[in-house]
Design a binder for this molecule. Structure first.
Ligand code: ZN
Length: 681
C-alpha cells in the first residue's frame, strides 16, 4: 500500500505524511538542481541519495545490483498498462532519433512533449487521471515523421509493413474513442472490456469473476493472492492464466531481474536477507504464489538489514477488479541519522509534556512518543518510476499483516526533493514577504518543516489527557480539525524552544522563524490555492492551519505581531514579533487541549466556524490570480541517479553515484539498455 502519492507539492509535503524524522542539519543552502524541466501538466525532478558514500563497499554493491534489477523490469509496466504501449514507445523513439526533417518548430515540439508524456506515464494514458491523452500534432504530421525516419528500425511484427504499423497505431493514438481509459471504474459498464489495461484478453468481467470465485477456498486462513501475477486469456474457448515468470509471460525481462537479484544475494548483509532474496528468486522462477507469500513473511521479519528492496508484482490499483498487480521496484536503505532524531524526540516525550502550556490537569502523567523508520530511496523502477509514493506500507496480504506484521517506511529524500524543487518554481518569490525570508527558507525550510512534522506526529497527537468522564467522541464533526490543530500547535510551540538546541536538533532559533514564516503565509494565504473560487475550506488539515493562523493573527493584532502588508496591490504576511507569536500558539494550544479534555463541543464549534471555514473572497481571488501566473505543474516525477562500478583487475573496488539531469537521455538509455521484451507479449 502506498501512502499519500504526493500530488500538489507547492505546499509543504511534509505536513501530509506520517511520523517522519528527517534530513540532518545538512539542510543548508542546497545548489543541487532538483527541478529539471516541466511539460504538459508534469514536472521532472531529481533526488539525492545522502549517505550512499558512507555505506560499505558490499552494501554499495548490493544497492547497485538491486538498482539494475529495478530497471530491468521497465518494459513490463508499459505492456501491462496497455498492449500497444511498447509499439508506440518504440515507434516514437525511432522517429525521435532518426527523423531526417527539421527537428524544431511547433509540431516537433508537440511531438517531443507527447513522447515525454508517454515515457512519464509508462504508456499513452495519464498516470493519475487514467484518461488517454491526445497528441497535439496532426495525423498528417505523424505520417510525415513516419515517412522520413529510418524505415528499418520500426517495431514491426512478423510480416508487418511500416504502412501497416502506421495504420494500426493512428486510431490507437488519435481516436479519442479507442482505449479511452486505462482503468474504468464505472460500474454501469463491463469493467474489463471498458479498461485498456492488459490483464485480460477475450474475457469479460463476469467470466473473470467466476473464474476466480471458483478458486477461493473459504476454509483457507492463509490464502495466496489468486491471479496476482498472471494475465487471464481465453484460448480455444478455455480460460487460462499466462503466468509472469522465467519462461512464462514477461520471461525475458524477469530473467534479467533474476540475474541481478542473484548477484545481490551474493553480497547480502546477513543470512536473513539472503534467505528472502532467495525466496524472491525462486518465486520469479516458478511463478508460485505460495513462494511469494513465503518471501513476504521472511521479508517483513527481517528488521536487521540496512539495505532493503521492493521488487515484484505488488499493487493491484490498475486492475479494475483489484486482483492483478503491476510490476514495481524501490531500492532503499535505512537512514540511521534521521531515525536517531525520531528516537531523541520520542525519548524526551515526558519532558515536552511536563513543560507544555497545557493546564496541569490535562497533561499526560506518563507519555510515550511514537517512533518510525526512515529510509533513503536509492532507485525507482516499474510502476514507481518516475512517479513515486512518499511512503510505503507492505506486504498487502491481510493474513500476513495480521500474523507477521508489516513494514512502514517514509521516503525521506523524496519528500525533501519535493520541498527543494518547490523552492525553485517561483512560488516563494511570488508570496514570500522579503528576500531575507526566502534565504531563510532555503537554509532552514526543509529542516523546519520536517522537525515540525516529527513533533506533530511523534509528540503532538500523543500529548494530553481527557478529564475523567469526558466522552472521547464529544467534539464530533469538529474533532479532526481540532485534533490536527492541537498537534500542529504542540509542534509550533516547541520548535522555538531552547530545548531543541540543547538536544542538538536545531542549530539556532532561525529554524523556528523559517517555520513560522511558512506556516503563517500558508495558513493565511497560500493554501487557498487549493480552494476553488466561492468554496469554503473543508479538509481537516487545511482547516487546522487556517484556524491556527487566523486566531493568532487576530489575537496579536493590537500588538502588530503579524501584519498583512499590501504592496502594489499584493498582500504579504510579515511577522514582527516571533516570541509573541510563539506564546500565542501556546495559548491556543492550551485552549484547544481544554476543549478536548472537557469535551466542550460548543467552544470547539465556535473556534472552527469562526476561524477555519470561511474564506475572504478578496484575498482568495488575489492568491488564485497570482498563483495561476506561475504555471506550476501539478504532477511530478523523479529521474534516477546512476550507480557506476569502479573496477580494478576485474573486481569492483567502489561504486560511484552520478546524477544525470537530462530526462530524455535517461529514457533513451533505459530503452537501449533495459528493454528486454518483445513489442507484443
Ligand atoms: Zn496529524
Amino acid at each position: 500500500m502506498k501512502l499519500s502519492q504526493a500530488i500538489l507539492m507547492v505546499l509543504s509535503v511534509s505536513l501530509l505524511a506520517s511520523c517522519k524524522p528527517k534530513e540532518k542539519a545538512e539542510a543548508t543552502k542546497d545548489d543541487f538542481k532538483y527541478l529539471t524541466e516541466q511539460f504538459a501538466d508534469l514536472k521532472i525532478m531529481r533526488y539525492k541519495v545522502p549517505g550512499f558514500d558512507s555505506l560499505s563497499l558490499k552494501q554499495k554493491e548490493l544497492v547497485y545490483y538491486l538498482s539494475q534489477a529495478a530497471l530491468s523490469g521497465r518494459d513490463i509496466i508499459f505492456d501491462q498498462n496497455f498492449k500497444h504501449n511498447l509499439a508506440i514507445r518504440r515507434t516514437l523513439e525511432n522517429i525521435y532519433l532518426t527523423y531526417n526533417g527539421k527537428k524544431e518548430g511547433k509540431d516537433w515540439d508537440n511531438f517531443t512533449v507527447y513522447l515525454k508524456r508517454v515515457w512519464f506515464s509508462n504508456g499513452i494514458h495519464h498516470h493519475y487521471a487514467s484518461d488517454k491523452f491526445m497528441p497535439e500534432f496532426s495525423e498528417a504530421y505523424f505520417k510525415e515523421l513516419f515517412k522520413n525516419s529510418d524505415q528499418t528500425k520500426f517495431p514491426l511484427e512478423k510480416g508487418e509493413t511500416v504502412e501497416a504499423l502506421q495504420t494500426k497505431l493512428i486510431p490507437v493514438m488519435f481516436d479519442p474513442a479507442v482505449a479511452a481509459k486505462k482503468v474504468n471504474l464505472d460500474p454501469t459498464q463491463d469493467l474489463i472490456l471498458s479498461s485498456a489495461v492488459n490483464f485480460y484478453e477475450g474475457v469479460n468481467q463476469k467470466e473473470a469473476e467466476d473464474f476466480y470465485d471458483k478458486m477461493k477456498d473459504p476454509n483457507d486462513s492463509t490464502p495466496v493472492s489468486y491471479g496476482l501475477n498472471s494475465k487471464l486469456v481465453k484460448e480455444n474457448g478455455k480460460l487460462i492464466e499466462r503466468v509472469y515468470k522465467v519462461g512464462g509471460m514477461y520471461g525475458q525481462a524477469i530473467e534479467r531481474v533474476v540475474f541481478w537479484l542473484e548477484k545481490a544475494k551474493g553480497v547480502a548483509e546477513n543470512p536473513k536477507q539472503e534467505h528472502w532474496l532467495d525466496l524472491l528468486v525462486q518465486y520469479y522462477k516458478t511463478g508460485d504464489l505460495k513462494l511469494w507469500d513465503a518471501y513476504n513473511v521472511a521479508w517483513v521479519e527481517d528488521l536487521d538489514s540496512q539495505i532493503d528492496v521492493v521488487n515484484g508484482f505488488v499493487e493491484d490499483y490498475e486492475d479494475p477488479l483489484g486482483r492483478k498487480a503491476t510490476w514495481e521496484s524501490v531500492v532503499d536503505f535505512k537512514d540511521f541519522e534521521a531515525t536517531k532524531r525520531a528516537t531523541i524526540i520520542s525519548s524526551n516525550a515526558q519532558w515536552f509534556e511536563d513543560n507544555s502550556p497545557l493546564e496541569p490537569a490535562y497533561k499526560k502523567k506518563s507519555v510515550k512518543g511514537i517512533s518510525a523508520k526512515v529510509i533513503t530511496t536509492a532507485q525507482l523502477g516499474g510502476a514507481c518510476y518516475p512517479t513515486t509514493p512518499i511512503g510505503i506500507n507492505l506486504p498487502n496480504a491481510d493474513w500476513i499483516r495480521k500474523d507477521h506484521g508489516s513494514k512502514s517506511v517514509t521516503m525521506d529524500n523524496i519528500t525533501y526533493s519535493y520541498d527543494q524543487a518547490a523552492l525553485g518554481n517561483g512560488f516563494m518569490e511570488e508570496f514570500a514577504a522579503s528576500p531575507e525570508e526566502i534565504a531563510l527558507a532555503k537554509k532552514y525550510g526543509s529542516l523546519a518543516g520536517n522537525l515540525t512534522t516529527d513533533l506533530h506526529e511523534c509528540l503532538g497527537h500523543a500529548s494530553g489527557q481527557l478529564a475523567p468522564g469526558t466522552n472521547p467522541g464529544a467534539l464530533k464533526n469538529y474533532s479532526s480539525t481540532l485534533e490536527e490543530s492541537r498537534a500542529d500547535l504542540f509542534a509550533l510551540y516547541y520548535i522555538m524552544d531552547q530545548k531543541l538546541i540543547d538536544l542538538k536538533l536545531i542549530p539556532n532559533l532561525d529554524v523556528a522563524k523559517a517555520e513560522y514564516n511558512s506556516y503563517m503565509r500558508n495558513g493565511l494565504m497560500t493554501q487557498l490555492t487549493r480552494i476553488k473560487p466561492g468554496k469554503n475550506i473543508e479538509e481537516a488539515h487545511m482547516r487546522n492551519r487556517a484556524l491556527n493562523a487566523n486566531w493568532v493573527y487576530e489575537k496579536g493584532k493590537k500588538d502588530n505581531v503579524v501584519e498583512l502588508q499590501v504592496r502594489d496591490g499584493k498582500t504579504f504576511v510579515v511577522i514582527h514579533d516571533y516570541n509573541k507569536l510563539r506564546s500565542l500558539f501556546g495559548e491556543l494550544l492550551k485552549d484547544i487541549q481544554t476543549i478536548k479534555s472537557t469535551g466542550d463541543y460548543k467552544a470547539g464549534a465556535a473556534l472552527v466556524e469562526n476561524y477555519a471555514v470561511k474564506v475572504d473572497p478578496k484575498i482568495h481571488t488575489e492568491v488564485l490570480t497570482r498563483y495561476a501566473k506561475l504555471k506550476i505543474a501539478p504532477y511530478g516525477g523523479f529521474m534516477n541517479p546512476v550507480y557506476v562500478p569502479v573496477e580494478k583487475d576485474g573486481k569492483i573496488i567502489d561504486i560511484k553515484i552520478e546524477y544525470p539531469d537530462n530526462y530524455a537521455e535517461q529514457m533513451l538509455k533505459y530503452s537501449r539498455e533495459f528493454s528486454f521484451l518483445p513489442t507484443y507479449n
